[in-house]
Design a protein around this ligand. Structure first.
Ligand SMILES: [Zn+2]
Ligand SMILES: [Zn+2]
Length: 109
């Protein structure tokens, strides 16, 4: 999926939606054209607020959880990790594992 600067409409990066998590960081944004060996648009640990478009020098984004792409505006929806025992929704895989363990403890006790 190509990321497009909302200010100047240039293609600035390439992202894989399933690699994204909030807050967005520099490493999630790859070179827009690997074949020609372009550098990635941001440094590895560049924060969302510090990202600047290499073409117009302005912030290429207006929202904190979305950006313009070649297929329209992309709004990131965080994946949900649902407990199979009680149905509680956790925000990360690690939180779910920790939560599941508390059920095991319940069962033993
Ligand atoms: Zn721009
Ligand atoms: Zn549960």
């Amino acid at each position: 999926m190509k990321v497009i600067c909302e200010i100047c409409n240039e293609v600035i990066a390439d992202v894989e939606p399933d690699k994204l998590a909030l807050p967005f960081l520099g490493w999630m944004f790859k070179s827009p054209d690997k074949k020609h060996g372009f550098d990635p648009p941001f440094l590895h640990d560049t924060t969302w607020e510090d990202m600047l478009c290499g073409y117009c020098g302005k912030r290429p984004f207006t929202e904190r959880d979305g950006f313009m792409t070649d297929t329209g505006y992309f709004k990131f929806v965080p994946p949900e990790f649902k407990c199979e025992v009680c149905g509680k929704v956790l925000s990360s895989k690690i939180a779910l594992l920790r939560h599941s363990r508390s059920h095991l403890k319940d069962a033993k006790g």
